[in-house]
Design a protein around this ligand. Structure first.
Ligand code: ZN
Length: 375
């Protein structure tokens, strides 16, 4: 059950109650695609860095180790030793972005595994079955994420099929949640809005899926090559047509600035690979801009990445030491940078929630953005 606790202009402060605990929103979900946060970060670490939700991927876990294996081991929570909420992406995006050969039909998509080339079929029912085997807290609907260069006609047809697929996802999840051997019979379903950069298609689609009484609503197919301004324009157009008394999730976004702007437009769930990917390359976020720890100027810098940061890296280690680890390709270097970056994002979300609670989100956003863009 989702409670809308407070609004500060369009910014939403919410709380989602799940069988795996409460999610305070706005929230940034920490991405562990294959049930692992890249950079040697364990679920024990996640508990130290204020992670509320871990995000894994249906397609990847279906291919390896296999969702039936995960089910036999008691589901994803038990498998990775994480008792808090997990969201599983439906695999739709990966099917369309990773697989070379694919054929889209009304029943679903035929494609080849990017691991071993074997032929796989995935449709709405299969995606729901896999996510039920994984037993995540929140399952995402199986949708098509059309290419950003697709024609308007293609996107229109694709969105209509995505709506039909969403109905099938809902029916299949209702069936699965009633089965006796289902690990999480309270699995939630979020639907996904599509429509490329066409506001009218997106709005029409948003209206249709809003009527379907889902547990949450995502905006997909953004951050795939359009400009930030285009993305904000789409959000301003479409978010008002999604139920505000349900979670609003912007998939795959983004930079701290993107998140601050999207919160301002009514979004309260986020995920992105940036903090872990950048961390693995020695790029770390601070309230005074991003640092590249490979830079020679940190060779003798005995300060932490950020003064006053409570993360495991900043509590114990200097920029100079972490730089040395990165240069020597020691795994600890990457790990410390990833921990700091995820802590930075998770802490920013905490600040965002406090600012909305206090009715000062605009001031907070302005000040935070000024710091983030310092050079
Ligand atoms: Zn830190």
């Amino acid at each position: 059950m989702y409670q809308l606790l407070k609004k500060d202009k369009s910014a939403k402060r919410g709380r989602l109650h799940t069988v795996h605990g409460v999610i305070e929103t706005p929230v940034f979900m920490n991405v562990g695609t294959i049930a692992a946060i890249k950079g040697a970060v364990s679920t024990d670490d996640l508990r130290q860095i204020k992670t509320q939700v871990e995000l894994s991927n249906t397609y990847h876990l279906h291919v390896r180790p296999g969702d039936h294996i995960v089910k036999k081991l008691g589901g994803l929570h038990k498998f990775m030793n994480w008792d808090r909420p997990i969201l599983t992406d439906s695999g739709g995006f990966q099917v369309f972005s990773l697989s070379g050969l694919r054929k889209i039909k009304e029943e679903g998509v035929y494609f080849q595994s990017h691991i071993d080339g074997r032929k796989i079929f995935m449709g709405p029912e299969e995606s729901m079955q896999i996510q039920s085997n994984l037993a995540s807290t929140i399952a995402m609907a199986f949708d098509e994420c059309p290419s950003s260069v697709a024609t308007r006609e293609y996107i229109q047809n694709s969105v209509e099929r995505t709506t039909r697929w969403l109905m099938r996802c809902k029916n299949e999840m209702q069936r699965l949640n009633k089965l006796e051997d289902t690990i999480n019979p309270n699995q939630l379903l979020f639907g996904i809005n599509q429509g490329g950069v066409y506001e009218d298609i997106r709005i029409e689609h948003a209206k249709r899926i809003a009527d379907m009484e889902l547990d949450g609503y995502a905006i997909g197919g953004l951050a795939v090559g359009e400009t930030h301004e285009e993305m904000y324009r789409i959000l301003e157009a479409v978010v008002p047509y999604l139920p505000q008394e349900k979670p609003t999730y912007l998939m795959g976004v983004g930079t701290p600035a993107n998140i601050l702007e999207a919160v301002d437009r009514g979004v309260d769930f986020f995920d992105c690979v940036y903090p872990s990917r950048n961390g693995r390359h020695g790029h770390v976020y601070t309230n005074h801009g991003k640092l590249n720890l490979f830079n020679a100027k940190y060779e003798l810098d005995d300060r932490p990445i950020e003064e006053g940061c409570g993360c495991p890296a900043c509590r114990s280690y200097s920029r100079a030491y972490i730089r040395h680890l990165l240069k020597a390709k020691e795994m600890l270097g990457m790990r410390l940078c990833v921990l700091h970056n995820l802590y930075f994002y998770n802490t920013m979300m905490e600040e965002i929630r406090q600012a909305i609670d206090g009715g000062c989100y605009q001031e907070y956003k302005k000040k935070k953005l000024e710091g983030l863009t310092e050079k």
